[in-house]
Design a protein around this ligand. Structure first.
Ligand SMILES: CN(C)C(=N)NCCC[C@H](N)C(=O)O
Length: 291
């Protein structure tokens, strides 16, 4: 099936051909918003990864988060930080608090009351950091958890958290085509657990997380996509952040390393094992502030 194999050279984009193994991708400097896990804990369960009976090692969670932040800075990116709120243990998953494209901010509206308070904290951060064009949403959307930005589209997940109505709202606000995708497996409850943008219109995804119709849409839009297998998806390997060259991803997703290198990317594996207990990893901790 087109787009569902990994190593066919026909699927490797021409600018990263096998004849030019030394050709490297270009990274572009990014600006990220993160929130330290100062109050991270798992006291409720709103996704299948969260088990409140499992203890969380908070110092370890903090150390893993700091490693991620420091890695971004070492790669030349800017990291802004939010002040964590003691009553909001999931705030470390900063990607869910908004979607920022062209310097315009679509605020979040969380599906579960446990996280509802995070939305206003994110909006306040944008208001106090010079953002002028801020839209307070009418419909449930969990920010970059369910929105992914490619060169041509905004991909938008639905089924577990974000409302399909939020897709129209995003399209109207950003003036970019929004492509709705149905998520069908509760382990992959946010789009960013099942799909990651690598560069431009290049993505990697796990087909089984999507409905048959959405899989068809993905194959049509991204025939050269890198297709992840079950074990890498289950390691949250698609919860990755790319700057166009470096792909920062959970270290347990070892099956993605070779195909990423094959396409000219430089994988940067990270251990975020403690934060996985909350159901998130690299991407969930990272909201991109697109200028
Ligand atoms: C990759 N994912 C899923 C995210 N973008 N966010 C993680 C949110 C985790 C939180 N406990 C919740 O269930 O909302």
């Amino acid at each position: 099936m087109v787009g569902e194999r990994r190593f066919s050279s026909a699927l490797v984009p021409s600018r990263v051909s096998r004849e030019e193994p030394s050709l490297r991708r270009d990274a572009t400097p990014r600006r990220y918003l993160m929130c330290p896990p100062a109050h991270f804990k798992v006291t409720y369960s709103i996704n299948p990864w969260m088990d409140p009976t499992k203890p969380v090692d908070l110092p370890l969670a903090h150390a893993q988060w700091e490693d991620l932040r420091d890695r971004y800075r070492a790669l030349g990116h800017t990291v802004e930080t939010l002040t964590p709120d003691p009553g909001l243990p999931d705030m470390v998953f900063a990607a869910n608090g908004a979607l920022v494209v062209d310097g315009r901010v679509l605020g979040a509206r969380f599906a579960y009351p446990e996280r509802a308070g995070e939305a206003e904290i994110h909006l306040d951060w944008f208001r106090s950091h010079g953002y002028q064009d801020i839209h307070e949403p009418s419909h449930v959307n969990e920010g970059e958890g369910d929105f992914a930005v490619t060169a041509s589209y905004i991909l938008a997940g639905r089924g577990f958290r974000s409302s399909p109505l939020s897709h129209d709202e995003a399209q109207e606000f950003f003036g970019r085509p929004v492509i709705g995708l149905d998520l069908v497996d509760p382990r992959y409850y946010h789009l960013d657990t099942a799909l990651s943008v690598l560069d431009g219109d290049e993505v990697m995804y796990y087909p089984d997380a999507f409905s048959p119709g959405s899989r068809g849409v993905l194959r049509r839009l991204f025939p050269d996509a890198l297709i992840a297998d079950g074990p890498d998806a289950a390691a949250l390997g698609l919860n990755a952040v790319s700057d166009g060259r470096h792909v920062v991803l959970p270290q347990a997703a070892t099956g993605l390393l070779a195909p990423l290198r094959d396409r000219g990317f430089e994988p940067v594996p990270m251990d975020l094992g403690e934060l996985l207990k909350g159901g998130g990893s690299v991407k969930c901790c990272t909201q991109e502030l697109r200028p």
